[in-house]
Design a protein around this ligand. Sequence first.
Ligand SMILES: Cc1cc2nc3c(=O)[nH]c(=O)nc-3n(C[C@H](O)[C@H](O)[C@H](O)COP(=O)(O)OP(=O)(O)OC[C@H]3O[C@@H](n4cnc5c(N)ncnc54)[C@H](O)[C@@H]3O)c2cc1C
Length: 364
Amino acid sequence: MKDIQIAGCGPSALACATMLAKDRIEAHVHERAPILAPRFTDSFQVLENWTEETPFPQQLKAAGIAADFFCQPVHKFLAYDEKMRCFECKSKQPYWFLIRRGREQDSLDSALLQSAQHYGAKVHFSSTLAYENAGIIAGGPSGADGVAMETSFDADLAEKTCAVLLGNKIAPRAGYAYLLSDGKRATLGTAITDDFSNLVSYHTKAMGLFAQEFSLHIPENPQTKANYVNFFLPKTAQQNNRLYIGEAAGFQDLSLGIGLRYSIQSGMLAAQSILQGQNFDLMWKKEFSQKFKIAAGLRIALESSGNSGISHFLSGASKSDLREYLSSLYRPSMLKNSLASIAMRVRRNKNCNHGERCEWCLKR
Ligand SMILES: Cc1cc2nc3c(=O)[nH]c(=O)nc-3n(C[C@H](O)[C@H](O)[C@H](O)COP(=O)(O)OP(=O)(O)OC[C@H]3O[C@@H](n4cnc5c(N)ncnc54)[C@H](O)[C@@H]3O)c2cc1C
């Protein structure tokens, strides 16, 4: 088999390249930036652990994709509504894993890079690959359906802390602000899907609320980055004999805007489809489609529920085991299928401009 050129060097590309290289396919990964993970600067993110039984870090280790990286199970979660009422949620099994993004040695990105290179994949930095010359497209989001701002700094918290602020004045249209910390370092983020021009003021306000609630000392001029994310329901991830993976394909949880797990899994599936001559669309649809549709329905429910609906949702979460509660939300049901159909119709009237690979755009 001839060599494979991959445009982009995020988690999806590196997972794909690792799987190909393990099977002795020459994989070339191109990153237009001179550095790894240019979108992220030593910030915390999370790997969700409620949509599947086997914890994802375990799956990665088994596949030899990224064995050794900072990865802490989290069992406690503090959720605040707009009135700063706190709902403490707990779970027996971790509901997610705290991980690091960026170029630090123990980040997920560094671990993925190391695995890919270990198996012989060639990674080229400062190398922009035109999409027409790529076999696999892994270039990340191509448009802004949501925007996020993150600030990371050294912290002095008594313990590992994960907290979220919800409410339309904090982050409109089912956005949220969050604090992720291992105790020694913290990331404060704000993600919104409306009123983009006011991102800085939403973020400043959320940082103030977190600083007060957790007695955080935020240094002057901390590391801050703004980013955008794609939300769309992909109809296909193949075009002109090219495979799309990760966020470039639209693989993202629509309710929360978390895409890491889908990115890595889609990279693995794309490699498998090449190695085994299987149809990539059939493979990812079997794994992801139902979950995407449920998440789209949940997003519409959250967007339309208002602040009292959000408080009700948080109260429900705090009275149950959080992981169980979240898992149950992702289990298929008639109600969720109906919500998904409504989500499809509601979104199609908005500015869906993702092009012909998007199911929403085609339905307009
Ligand atoms: C602020 C923020 C917080 C997030 N938090 C979470 C979280 O907690 N949990 C979670 O699961 N997800 C989270 N996400 C989403 C997650 O980061 C993405 O889903 C994931 O990084 C997507 O990986 P990817 O491989 O598709 O692309 P990316 O990570 O976007 O990487 C794509 C790379 O391709 C490069 N590139 C683009 N075009 C070309 C080209 N033509 N040639 C060469 N290189 C190119 C880009 O420079 C980029 O480095 C977050 C996103 C943001 C913005």
